[in-house]
Design a protein. Sequence first.
Length: 580
Amino acid sequence: MPPRKLLVFLFCFTLFTTFTHSFLALAYDVSFDFSSLNLRDLIVLEDSDVTIPSSSSGTVIYDNPVYFLNPASNATASFSTMFTFSISNGNPSSYGDGLAFFFSQDNEILDRPGGYLGLVNSSLLTENKFVAVEFDTRLDAHFSDPNDRHCGVDIDSLESIETADPLLQNVDLKSGDWIMAWINFKNDLRVLKVFMSNSSWKPEKALLTVDIDLSVYLKGIMYVSFPGSSEGSTEVHFIHSWSFHTYEFLPVRPNSHPYDMSDISVSVTTVISLSHSISKHHKRLGLGLGIVGLAFLCTFLVVLGYISVKRWQKTKFTYKEMSLATRGFHSSKIIGNGAFGNVYKAFFYSSGTFAVVKRSKHSHEGKTKFLSELSIIAYLRHKNLIPLLGWCVEKGELLLVYEFMLHGSLDTKNIAFGLASGLTYLHQECEQQVIHRDIKASNVMLDVNFSARLGDFGLARIMDHDRSPVSTLTARTMGYLAPEYLHVGKATMKTDVFSYGVVMLKVAYGRRSIERESRNIIEAANKILNGEFNEAEMRTLLLIGLSLLQILRGETEPIVVPKQKPSLTFSRGMSLNLEK
């Protein structure tokens, strides 16, 4: 195992043992409440980037898996969810398939192109295994739909096992109004209930009641989501709020239910029942061997981790050193904010040097992003990237120490070539491709020689060069975001290059990326330069920046643009060319 990967694995193990209680809690009861949806916790999938095909679909997925089965006790969870949604359409004569509340064991099967809620395809309608509560706005005789506005429960098929008409409770799915929905499942009663209302008051009587044992289908880790499809219409689906809770893990009942259509589920239940006949002697023996094995693994990891740290040549700082260098993390030492924490200017008295300390927030998300950034920046080596000097994991703190850049954040200096070289390294020259996802002026620093250094890898992702784009929409700085990234949430090299183009314009123009002023391309040059620049070079810089963004003013006539953004090539001589 490479030293950097072993070191990151050791960090993961350390964090697991340090924060055991909080992590184990997530392995059982799960609860979240988005009064207004936080896109940082969601994955957004769509089958189209810009155009609207004859049948398009999209899905919003909660990014974290939910535990519905505790394998240690063979217990399944009850759950309840409440969400507010609306379905609107500019053309009342044509409606799509509506949307659904959906469970699946795999969060990748949802990216189906076309209709059928994006869950199945027309050639193999039962290919995927799922449980869904659909809110259908289309009459499809193929699935025995009762009408064009109904609620139904689907098991591995879009032909509902039970349906009901929301109009019975004065709820019109096609009205465009906000609709409240409650879905409850009690495992001890084996009953699924669906409630709907036009207000925040939950009705006393359920619209739909289905006797079903979902423990047969909700196995282990599941993903919860909202898929929808337009089926060639202009139907638009909105999720305005969402809360979800699991609770009361109860043992699975061995007897099957009339809606149990899976032979595999029956065989699994049989195997689990047999496992309870294991003798206490074997259990004690297994427990003893497990403890011995865990102790050996811990010792092995500590020894190899120590060797890896030495070979990695990074410093493990103590919390006392970090606190002294930042004066107890005093607010006067804050020089910026990263993706998930504050950034401090630190002075280490032992070496007489300045450094930058990035302090992760005390949250599960902060820990996750800390590990993500460490796993990426630990093995990156390039003159245009800010180098990592060391780390500290102590007293609940997660701290990264970076080299201090004397001239701070980029504001007016021409660093296009250095940043381009760094991006080329991340996108093309690394063993695995790195998508930064947060390129902006404040993340570009200047060293003592005014060379550009790219930093803050808290949102970055590593992937193989031939892998599909990352489909996670995260909180980033407006003005640097590519339109297609805002539309479908897929981060690629092109979205990084778009952000690079914005930075280039900011270098030349010296203003915020969302401000407007002169239409003259040379007059837009930074006034701080006082005309002391090569006009041809400045014109090239501005034209390249604009071409990367493909900016069109709203009052101009549409022009024919290439289907793909121009790609940049950087020679070793640091010359910059724009491919036609």
